[in-house]
Design a protein around this ligand. Structure first.
Ligand code: TXA
Ligand code: MG
Length: 318
C-alpha cells in the first residue's frame, strides 16, 4: 500500500519535474506536471513515444476543469456527472495557455478524473493537472501492476506508486465532445451503449482515420509473441491443423475446446467482459514471457460491452 510519506515524495518529484508511475483504475500512468514542458519531454523520452502524440491530463475534481478547457459542452457535463471519477476521457477545446507538448499542437485536450484512491490522493495533494500516458514503452502492453511498470520502464521513472492491480484493466473510453458531432475515439469499458443512454442520442460509429490517437495505430498493445485471433467455431479445426514445429502454443479461450496435444497449453479466460478486461493485459504479459510460438486467442462476443476488449485483441494480433 502507498503510505503517506510515499505520497509526499511523489508530490515533491512531480513539483521538481520528475516522473511518477501512478496507479489508476484503468492502467498505470506515467505522470508528470502538465504545466512543466521539461518534465513532459521526459515522458516522451521514457516511453519512446512520438512527440506529436497528445497526452491525457488527469485532474482530481471537476472544479479544476476551467483551468484547462475553454468551454464545457452540455454533453461533457452529462458524461462527467455519470462517469467521473472513472474510466472516461473527454476531449474538449483547450485554453490557449495549455502547452503544445500536452496536446500535440491541437486545439483540443483530453481530460480524465480517475477514481483510483491513490491517483485521487496524488492529484489532490499535487493540486494541479498531471499528464499521464499509459506507463508502457510505446506500442507495448499497458501495465496493470506496479511490477509491470517496473518491467516496462525500470529506472526511467523516478518513483512507482504501488496501488495494486488495476480494477478495470484496459484504457479509458475516449469521447470527443469538442465538435458538433460527438464521437468515441477509443472504446473502453464504459461502452458506447452506456454513453448513448446518458446522452439520449445515437453516436455514429468510429471512423478509421482519426488522427493523432496513438491507440489508433493498428499495431499497438502488442506482445512480442505472435498473436492469432480465431473465431470460436474455427478453434478446434485450427488447433488440430497445427503440427510439431508450431508448438508450443498458448490458447486463451472462453468456451471449451476439444483438441489435445502436448504442445497446446490452455488458459481459461473469464466469461464476463469486466473480469476478462481485468485479466487481459496481465495474462498477455505472463504468456509473452513463456516462449510460446503463438498465443491463440478465441474471439469475444460482438456486443458493445466487449468493444474495448475486441479492439485491444485486434491490435495485439496485428
Ligand atoms: O486509461 C487511460 O486513459 C490511461 C490512464 C493512465 O489514464 N491513459 C492512457 O494514455 O491510455 P495514452 O497516452 O496511452 O492514451 C491516450 C490516448 C492517446 O491515444 C492519445 O492520442 C489520445 O488519448 N488523446 C489525448 N489527447 C487527445 C486529443 N486532444 N485529441 C485526440 N486524442 C487525444
Ligand atoms: Mg497508451
Amino acid at each position: 500500500m502507498v503510505v503517506k510519506n510515499m505520497l509526499e515524495k511523489a508530490v515533491s518529484i512531480l513539483k521538481q519535474g520528475g516522473l511518477v508511475a501512478m496507479p489508476t483504475e484503468t492502467v498505470y500512468g506515467l505522470a508528470a506536471d502538465a504545466k512543466n514542458a521539461e518534465a513532459l519531454k521526459k515522458i516522451f523520452h521514457a516511453k519512446g513515444r512520438p512527440a506529436d502524440h497528445p497526452l491525457i491530463v488527469h485532474l482530481s475534481d471537476i472544479s479544476q476543469l476551467n483551468e484547462w478547457v475553454t468551454d464545457i459542452p452540455t454533453a461533457a457535463l452529462q458524461l462527467a456527472e455519470a462517469f467521473w471519477p472513472g474510466p472516461l476521457t473527454l476531449i474538449m477545446r483547450k485554453r490557449p495557455e495549455v502547452l503544445d507538448i500536452v496536446t500535440g499542437g491541437q486545439e483540443t485536450i483530453g481530460i480524465r478524473i480517475p477514481k483510483h484512491p491513490v491517483a485521487q490522493a496524488l492529484l489532490k495533494a499535487f493540486g494541479s493537472g498531471v499528464a499521464a500516458p499509459s506507463a508502457n514503452r510505446f506500442g507495448r502492453i499497458s501495465p496493470t501492476t506496479a511490477a509491470a511498470v517496473h518491467e516496462e520502464l525500470g529506472d526511467r521513472v523516478d518513483l512507482i506508486l504501488d496501488g495494486g492491480q488495476s480494477e478495470v484493466g484496459v484504457e479509458s473510453t475516449i469521447v470527443d465532445v469538442s465538435g458538433t458531432e460527438i464521437r468515441i475515439l477509443r472504446p473502453g469499458m464504459i461502452s458506447s451503449a452506456q454513453i448513448e443512454a446518458v446522452l439520449h442520442q445515437h453516436l455514429s460509429s468510429q471512423k478509421k482515420d482519426i488522427p493523432r490517437v496513438s491507440g489508433s495505430l493498428e499495431s499497438h498493445y502488442a506482445p512480442v509473441t505472435k498473436v492469432i485471433l480465431i473465431d470460436t467455431a474455427k478453434m478446434t479445426v485450427y488447433l488440430r491443423s497445427l503440427s510439431q514445429e508450431n508448438f508450443p502454443v498458448a490458447v486463451m479461450h472462453r468456451q471449451e475446446v476439444s483438441a489435445d496435444s502436448k504442445g497446446i497449453f490452455y488458459y481459461k479466460m473469464p466469461m464476463n467482459a469486466c473480469d476478462y478486461a481485468h485479466d487481459l493485459y496481465q495474462t498477455l504479459r505472463d504468456l509473452d514471457k513463456k516462449n510460446f510460438k503463438q498465443i491463440i486467442i478465441e474471439n469475444v462476443p460482438t456486443s458493445s460491452e466487449w468493444d474495448a476488449i475486441r479492439d485491444r485483441l485486434q491490435r495485439a494480433a496485428n
